[in-house]
Design a protein around this ligand. Structure first.
Ligand code: SF4
Length: 328
């Protein structure tokens, strides 16, 4: 069953100064399907369009970001809804209860001058007024289910460690049991031991609620641990998508191969291979395959023809002329 579907999505940032209009092609012709109950990973370097894609999935589209074409649909009990056609009020009514968002950096969510208890109280008053009478019980029960001490409720955000703040943010984003949870770099800036705890928490929540988790991170190690399938984005376009084991064991796209080879391996002292060059500026992306200026296998055709995204193996899509030769 499909939980959410993106079709032919183009989302651009347009800025105008007195003389120049600049359009950044942040998400350019992306199609994907997210299956119910899975952890769907979205990978790629900074600036590849991951966060923009997540914002559009959430319906958070405001200038200078604009959806130029395409659709984003969620499955709901009585059919499906086109998120990009909903009014602000309709979006508010599904946010947190149907779809929720774990942002990069917990301090964006937690009010620094309010105790955690008050932040939960404000949130529940805004989104579940029917819970207000038993609010403290609901919050305590939920924190206990997630293994978090209720002593956090009496603390201000700055009194908690970074890892605990992130756990509290995740609890806040999931307390209304949304069916779709979108997480943007939830483990960034945490040390590896704390990361492990946050990953475990996300796994527990998904299993407990059977929710679908969309996980955006540049960290391929986190995808390897948590994702069922992974989509690799580069310069606003899909390069590859496969089940996680298949992607890590048999990456087909040269960019994915670089991402995986750059991961540290236990007891391996060999120097890690980094990707040569830099991601392109998206106001003037390269013609043909967007990875061609950095690709060691580049051919003439790569410079002029955009490689189509083709299902090369079962459940494994890749956009590369080397893998899918035009006359192959
Ligand atoms: Fe490299 Fe060409 Fe494949 Fe792009 S299409 S990844 S440039 S071989």
């Amino acid at each position: 069953m499909i939980a959410a579907e993106v079709q032919d999505l183009r989302a651009y940032y347009t800025t105008t100064t007195s003389t120049v209009q600049r359009t950044v092609h942040a998400v350019d012709d992306v199609s994907l399907q997210i299956r119910e109950g899975e952890v769907y990973g979205i990978a790629g370097e900074s600036g590849c369009g991951k966060t923009t894609l997540l914002k559009v999935l959430l319906g958070m589209v405001s200038p200078p970001l604009k959806v130029v074409s395409g659709s984003v649909r969620y499955r709901v009990a009585d059919g499906s809804i086109d998120v990009l056609k909903l009014s602000e009020q309709e979006l508010r009514s599904i946010r947190w209860s149907v779809v929720s968002y774990i942002p990069q950096g917990s301090m964006h969510v937690l009010n620094p001058v309010r105790k955690i208890r008050d932040t939960f109280a404000d949130f529940i008053a805004a989104h579940r007024p029917d819970w207000v009478a038993r609010r403290d019980e609901h919050v305590r029960e939920y924190l206990a289910e997630l293994g978090l001490p209720d002593s956090v409720l009496g603390a201000y955000p700055h009194q908690l460690s970074g890892g605990m703040r992130q756990r509290v943010t995740i609890a806040l984003a999931t307390i209304l049991a949304p069916s779709l949870v979108l997480a943007d770099e939830p483990t960034t800036a945490l040390d590896v031991v704390v990361q492990r705890g946050v990953i475990q928490l996300l796994q527990d929540i998904r299993q407990r609620t059977n929710s679908t988790l969309v996980l955006v991170t540049h960290d391929m190690g986190v995808h390897a641990n948590l994702a069922d399938r992974v989509l690799v984005l580069y310069a606003g376009q899909v390069m590859e998508e496969a089940e996680t084991t298949e992607l890590f064991e048999s990456p087909l796209h040269p960019y994915t191969q670089y991402l995986i080879r750059s991961l540290p391996k236990f007891a391996d002292r060999a120097e890690r291979v980094s990707i040569p060059g830099h991601p392109p500026a998206l106001d003037n992306p390269p013609t043909g395959c967007r990875f061609h200026p950095r690709c060691p296998y580049v051919m003439d055709i790569c410079r002029s023809v955009v490689p189509p995204l083709i299902e090369t193996r079962s459940d494994h899509r890749v956009a590369c002329h080397l893998v899918n030769p035009p006359n192959g």
